[in-house]
Design a binder for this molecule. Structure first.
Ligand code: NAD
Length: 332
């Protein structure tokens, strides 16, 4: 198989990590980088022994696929130009700033027969991968994504910058359309919302209570999931998972994983005796961003739908926009 020739557009904080990791992905060849800040591009190219292209078009000429890691406001124009030239694109999250732009990219990619993958990196987090075998019918989600203040990312509201990760994860787990959304939020230090909370109700009765802040003292990225007979606690930052579930007495436990399992007690539920089980599944030691790049490579090589497709990026953005509208209507 010939190597996938890749480039990186935008090599600031995250783009330099894409640059480093593309060099480690088997079956891919990093061709070079472009950044409108030539000094930054040159420094990153030197550090990672790759080429610093003088123009975006010059880089596009030489690649099959591109990581787009520029500020969100520029994703649309850059992706549009790349797709028009028949290049596959891995667009950092959020896909674009508006759903109209995201729809246009999805349509354009389908016409050009190229892949869009969106950088919702938590989908590649091994803690989420470890929890997936336990999920049957999630009824309630509680997510907290709290970050310390950094000027990066404040060109968009916290809903688009941070909350969108949890929106995307939850939409991937609830196989039902959104029924209604209530939300509130405040802009405290930037001109955009810095903290927001949304209650998302789904048509199948599931509910998600989602909170994101970028002005918190202590960072936290946690998701708690409740099912009829289980409570799953997931820490994206620590990459750990804890599961408390009810099983029929004598049922095989620990079937999903090779981790720690303890019986905490017994309880009657309905007319059967049941055991309360605590499990701490083993979580694989994988780098989520490298895994994300590898699966993008595979989707291109095998002509399959990327795990986080352009349509997924669009859906997450649609829900984020509804949350922003709900916040606006609550403020006014
Ligand atoms: P950054 O400001 O550190 O870097 C952006 C770089 O893009 C800068 O070097 C800038 O010079 C360059 N740039 C700006 N406009 C450009 C253009 N038109 N063409 C070429 N280069 C251009 O930003 P960052 O924190 O690296 O964020 C970049 C993107 O990655 C954003 O969309 C952000 O939301 C996303 N991001 C995702 C995650 C995640 O968890 N998946 C984390 C951080 C950032």
């Amino acid at each position: 198989m010939s190597h996938l020739r890749v480039g990186v557009a935008g090599v600031g904080h995250l783009g330099r990590v894409h640059t480093k990791l593309w060099k480690e992905v088997d079956g891919a060849q990093l061709i070079g980088v472009f950044d409108e800040n030539r000094a930054v591009a040159s420094a990153v190219a030197n550090e990672h022994k790759t080429e610093d292209f003088p123009t975006f078009e010059a880089l596009l000429d030489k690649v099959d696929a591109l990581s787009i890691v520029t500020p969100t406001q520029s994703h649309f124009a850059i992706a549009q130009a790349a797709i028009a030239r028949g290049k596959h694109v891995l667009i950092e999250k959020p896909i674009t700033t508006t759903t109209e732009q995201a729809k246009a990219l999805v349509e354009q990619a389908s016409e050009q027969n190229v892949k869009i993958q969106v950088g919702h990196i938590e989908r590649f987090n091994p803690a989420l991968l470890a929890v997936e075998p336990y999920l049957k019918d999630p009824r309630f989600f509680e997510s907290h994504r709290m970050a310390q203040f950094k000027p990066r990312g404040t060109d968009v509201a916290v809903v688009l910058d941070l909350m969108i990760h949890d929106i995307d994860v939850i939409l991937s787990l609830v196989k039902s359309p959104v029924k209604s959304i209530d939300a509130s939020g405040v802009a405290i230090v930037s001109t955009e919302l810095d903290i927001a909370n949304a209650r998302i109700k789904f048509e199948n009765g599931a509910v998600a209570n989602v909170t994101a802040s970028r002005i918190s003292q202590n960072p936290m990225r946690k998701l708690r999931i409740f099912e009829n007979d289980a409570y799953l606690s997931l820490d994206f930052g620590a990459k750990s998972v804890e599961v408390f579930r009810l099983v029929d007495e004598g049922a095989a436990v620990g079937a999903h994983h090779a981790g720690l399992t303890m019986k905490l007690g017994e309880i009657e539920k309905g007319d059967v005796p049941r055991a309360i089980i605590y499990e701490k599944p083993d979580v694989q030691d994988i780098n989520p961003l490298k895994y994300e790049l590898e699966l993008f490579r595979d989707a291109i090589a095998n002509d399959t739908r990327p795990i986080v497709s352009g349509e997924d990026g669009l859906r997450a953005l649609e829900v984020a926009e509804q949350i922003l509208l709900a916040i606006e209507s609550n403020i006014s």
